[in-house]
Design a protein. Sequence first.
Length: 127
Amino acid sequence: MNAELNFHCAQTHDDMGLEEEAVEYYERAIRIGLPDELLKDAYVCLGSTYKVIGEFQKSLEVLLKGEKKFPEYEPIQVFKALTLHSLEDHSKALKTVLHTLLKTTNDKGIQNYSRALHYYAEVLDKS
């Protein structure tokens, strides 16, 4: 069966609000083997879908797999932060968001405070 077709079926199910049905298509698409350009989005979509249906631990597992395979793909970090928040790991969630923001923003104002923001990200549990 075609991995890309399964991926697009999963997205269609997601768009229709049929998240639980979308899961099997995402999982099949990943298992069959997608090209990297779609695979990184499949990890994001499956992780997000698991979060939507309340499967927070599965969401985190999928996003961590995606992170390991695509460490530079920042959308994975943002969705991981949302899942960490759902798992009530608020410090890790905020730390992830701060590091992602500092890595990706071109905003000069935020960059002017990058040293302080990196510091605060590291000491969230202590303050």
